[in-house]
Design a protein around this ligand. Structure first.
Ligand code: RB5
Length: 141
């Protein structure tokens, strides 16, 4: 898959820790910034990632900020996005199986890099279960 990744200054260090894992899993990273710890505004990077999914450049996206909250609020404003803020692997798996989440949001000030890597590994590997869950997603338009 092509995976769009974006972060703000709060997520920059964690982004560096998860990019190699995603590439090792055989995916192509489209890194849409930011590229330093200089202060930036998270909605801009949420927009870049959500747009890359909307125009077909990427199948899924990962957004990282300090808490993951701002990124998840911003991403879920886009009609084609189902963004899930996950702090452990169980919700990451369920966000794929039941919600077909196409964006994973992470809080860099909450997660250690090993836990974040675990979440990303599970989220990338889990397929949508479909069936009754598809009906529910379709109800949201
Ligand atoms: C930036 O200081 C911080 O507000 C941002 O990374 C994020 O946590 C917002 O939700």
């Amino acid at each position: 898959m092509h995976i769009a990744i974006g972060c703000d200054h709060g997520g920059f260090e964690l982004k560096k820790a998860i990019v190699p894992l995603i590439e090792q899993a055989g995916h192509t990273i489209v890194d849409l910034g930011c590229f330093s710890e200089e202060s930036v505004d998270y909605p801009e990077f949420a927009d870049r990632v959500c747009t890359a999914i909307g125009d077909g450049r990427c199948e899924r996206g990962i957004l990282i900020c300090g808490t993951g909250i701002g990124m998840s609020i911003a991403a879920n404003r886009y009609r084609h996005i189902r963004a899930a803020l996950c702090h452990e692997a169980f919700t990451a798996r369920m966000s794929r199986e039941h919600n077909d989440a196409n964006v994973l949001c992470l809080g860099a000030r909450i997660l250690g890099s090993a836990l974040a890597q675990d979440i990303v590994r599970v989220w990338l590997a889990t397929e949508f279960a479909g069936g009754r869950h598809l009906r529910r997603i379709e109800m949201m338009g």
